[in-house]
Design a protein around this ligand. Structure first.
Ligand code: AMP
Ligand code: MG
Length: 400
């Protein structure tokens, strides 16, 4: 089988020239999973004043121990306007500004209150129970840098720094097309010889998890005019990526080749040294990259994990968060591999502190049920020798 393209090489071709998409400004509350295009600088200091970290009394440390006159109250958002002089204290609550003159807070649990006086038996060092202005961040500080992948915690920081909108890479817009005369949508009664199309929905879910916006273009019969119409629709809608599934047999490849040639581009068609999922198509239709995955459900899914997901992560600015293979040990013996990189569907468990990947005994690439139960792919390089249960292996998680 000469002329098989190694998986790495295929991935390099799929990623070639792909750059993070342009910037857009979105509401800070919507930025989870997005990547910042610019540094975010604090527009204010937090806390904005010296504040109390306890409910208690603001005092002058030098007055302690002693009996102090309570001259007012400082609550969060409503500070005490006056100042604390010798022998005085101010009732204070967590997060409230420490009044002028006071330099420590005593906890309410540590004092006795008698009318307008408070008796403190212990001492306190200056600064006790006071959070200094700017402890968390100071105005002008770069709290989050360009390239940061936002998550709920970083979103909180952006909001606290007073950003209502944030600049992020645009999400990849991904059109998804199923091809095949035999396919019907889920919920339809299939006619003789027809099967229910499942690939497009799975691909859309993978796209969403990788930070993209999927659009389902339905099912195209294996006809030039129908396929061409849908490819043109995807182009006119301004998608960044068009993913097709099916249409990878030689006759259908001829069809795709005609479609792409009619659109003025060149179709790359490669047989990849991998199992499942040998054929892969790629073409650039202006700014839209077409990725043609095999129709076989497991092959289409594995190709989506190995090629589509990294492409989308790159476009979303998450280029280097692409799937990292992890170390595990085999939970069952595996035979020697041939010249195609194999991707064994497997379950994961932790035993004696080690991650154990156990391949399913049946690896037929048409079995969606086995794929559904799988948690990882065991990576078997070309020509890997037979390996026994307990020996090291590398895996990719399917749901990262
Ligand atoms: P193809 O690559 O078009 O030759 O398809 C290979 C196999 O995958 C055939 O058995 C198809 O029926 C099946 N297949 C193709 N497209 C889909 C799809 N969207 N959903 C589920 N199975 C599919
Ligand atoms: Mg087909």
């Amino acid at each position: 089988m000469a002329g098989l393209l190694p998986v790495d090489e295929a991935l390099a071709r799929v990623l070639a020239g792909a750059q993070p998409l342009p910037e857009e400004w979105i509401a800070v509350g919507d930025c989870d999973g997005r990547v910042l295009t610019r540094d975010l600088v604090a527009g204010r200091s937090q806390p904005p004043d010296d504040v109390s970290s306890m409910d208690g009394y603001a005092v002058r440390a030098a007055d302690l121990p002693g009996s102090l006159r309570v001259i007012g109250e400082s609550a969060a958002g409503r500070g005490f306007a006056g100042s604390v002089s010798v022998g005085e204290a101010v009732r204070i609550f967590t997060g409230a500004p420490v009044p002028a003159g006071a330099d420590a807070v005593v906890m309410q649990e540590d004092v006795g209150r008698e009318g307008d006086r408070v008796v403190v038996t212990g001492g306190a060092r200056p600064g006790k129970f006071i959070r200094r202005r700017g402890l968390d961040f100071t105005e002008g500080l770069t709290g989050l840098s360009a390239g940061t992948l936002m998550n709920p915690r970083r979103l909180a920081l952006a909001a606290a720094m007073n950003h209502a909108t944030v600049p992020v890479h645009r999400r990849p817009r991904v059109a998804i097309l199923s091809t095949g005369d035999e396919l019907v949508e889920p919920g339809t009664a299939p006619g003789p010889g027809q099967i229910v199309s499942s690939n497009a929905l799975a691909l859309a879910a993978v796209v969403r998890r990788a930070g993209g916006e999927p659009t389902l273009l339905g099912i195209s019969p294996d006809r030039l005019d129908e396929t061409l119409a849908r490819v043109r629709l995807a182009r006119s809608q301004g998608h960044d990526v068009l993913v097709t599934s099916g249409g990878a047999s030689v006759g259908e490849y001829d069809l795709m080749q005609q479609v792409i040639a009619t659109e003025g581009a060149t179709l790359g068609f490669w047989k990849i040294a991998m199992r499942p999922g040998k054929p892969l198509m790629m073409a650039d239709l202006g700014p839209m990259r077409l990725l043609g995955l095999p129709g076989n459900p497991v092959a289409s899914f594995v190709c989506a994990i190995l090629f589509l997901r990294p492409l989308l992560l790159r476009l979303a600015g998450r280029g280097d968060s692409a799937d990292e293979a992890e170390e595990a040990v085999l939970g069952a013996d595996v035979p020697a591999n041939d010249l195609r990189a194999d991707h064994l569907r497997a379950t994961l468990a932790v035993r004696d502190g080690r991650l154990v990947a156990t391949p399913f005994p049946v690896q037929d690439s048409s079995m969606i049920r086995v794929l559904a139960e799988a948690e990882a792919l065991i990576l078997r390089p070309p020509h890997a020798p037979a390996a026994m249960a307990g020996s090291p292996c590398r895996i990719i998680r399917l749901d990262s």
